[in-house]
Ligand binder design. Structure first.
Ligand code: NAP
Length: 356
């Protein structure tokens, strides 16, 4: 059976996901699109897809079985609430929403509905390198994690659209989520330091250094540079009691020529995480076809939003800002678990939980 999908927001990532759903993956068909710019939606609509004037019309259409939200963050809350009211599984690009209060409203609606419907676009969890890194940590062979160094660099951000808060309320959510997932832990406090400002960033607070204090005492340092010119460079290294584990550079091909030895750097997120996005949607299609959602949840979106809120306060105060989460509803009890993965030699890596 083919899942009939409607896509809201047909900008950069909306178009990439439409391509993925129509040309790469099986099991889904984009039968409807909508964008605040109707001409843009019409221009990128797959053949035969309906173009809806509003997101609400698309969500309530009887032919649409599941929804993909790729509009900008401030529009997500209303669109998510409409999807939940219609009982339709929904994939929502990060950030889930832009305030903690909005995240709580979405959570309350989903909990009242009684079944998970929302998956948030934290695609790093579907990346094979991050999955191997997590499996290594969970196996316990390196002892307890002590520090995680996370680097998030963009070549540039779209002019005019990106505000000075966005490194903290739009970009940091990826590092916050992957830290929680890798370390099976919650963020309890946030500090932010702003070094000398890059002249390429003009109005932006760029770069920034964020320190996440995890519940276990692990410290996560995050470098966010959103105008670093040379490419999209995502790195991660975890220092543990008996060793370290780090992500490889991607793409991994090493070039040697008369200029020396080098690896290419992806231009943006589309190249670096192309397989992760594909896997993310493979898993989403499977769950949505069963009328539900797995993967990063509303709870995870809420947690990342609280970290972003705390970071915005911390940058103003210059002090450690606490992160206080509400109790976790039982609907979201298992979302920090990793799927089973194998190590490089193909052996299954067992988690500490499985070993004990
Ligand atoms: P974009 O190119 O600006 O596209 C967003 C599109 O949504 C635009 O066409 C915009 O129209 C439209 N839109 C805005 N408000 C809307 C509304 N209320 N209803 C319907 N359409 C609306 O931005 P993008 O880069 O694709 O990003 C979209 C979302 O994906 C953001 O939340 C972003 O953070 C996220 N994202 C995630 C990743 C990832 O790695 N997971 C990567 C990139 C982006 P106008 O241009 O006319 O406003």
């Amino acid at each position: 059976m083919t899942l009939k999908v409607g896509v809201i927001g047909t900008g950069m990532i909306g178009q990439d996901h439409i391509r993925r759903l129509t040309q790469v993956l099986s099991g889904a068909e984009v039968i409807a699109v909508s964008d605040i710019d109707g001409a843009r939606a019409a221009a990128v609509a797959p053949e035969g897809a309906a173009v809806f004037a509003t997101a609400g019309d698309l969500i309530r259409s009887e032919t649409v079985e599941a929804v993909v939200i790729c509009s900008w963050g401030p529009a997500h809350e209303e669109q998510l609430l409409d999807c939940i009211a219609a009982g339709k599984p929904v994939f929502c690009e990060k950030p889930l929403v832009t305030t903690a209060a909005a995240a709580l409203r979405v959570m309350e609606a989903e909990v009242a509905f009684g079944r998970r419907l929302v998956q948030v676009g934290f695609m790093r969890r579907f990346d094979a390198d991050y999955r191997r890194l997590k499996a290594t940590l969970d196996s316990g062979t390196l002892g307890a994690p002590l520090m995680f160094h996370s680097t998030h660099r963009n070549a540039a951000v779209p002019e005019g659209l990106y505000t000075s808060d966005m490194p903290l309320n739009d970009t940091l959510v990826h590092d916050a989520d992957i830290s929680r997932w890798l370390l099976n832990d919650e963020v309890r406090g946030v500090e932010v330091r702003v070094p000398r400002r890059s002249r390429r960033g003009t109005e932006l607070r760029d770069p920034v250094v964020v320190l996440l204090h995890m519940g276990s005492g692990v410290l996560v340092d995050v470098e966010i540079s959103v105008n670093i010119a040379y490419g999209y460079d995502i790195r991660g290294e975890v220092s543990c009691e008996e060793g370290t584990a780090s992500l490889p550079l991607r793409p991994a091909t090493v070039i040697r020529d008369i200029h020396g030895v080098r690896q290419l750097v992806p231009a943006d997120w589309r190249g670096r995480f192309i397989e992760a996005y594909d896997q993310e949607f493979r898993e989403w299609i499977g769950a949505a076809a069963r009328g539900t959602a797995t993967g990063p949840s509303t709870w995870d979106g809420y947690a990342a939003t609280l970290v972003a809120d705390a970071a915005l306060k911390a940058v103003e105060s210059g002090e450690l800002q606490p992160v206080r989460m509400r109790d976790r509803p039982s609907l979201y009890s298992t979302t920090l678990e990793a799927p089973p993965v194998t190590d490089v030699s193909g052996h299954a890596l067992r988690s500490r939980r499985q070993q004990s």
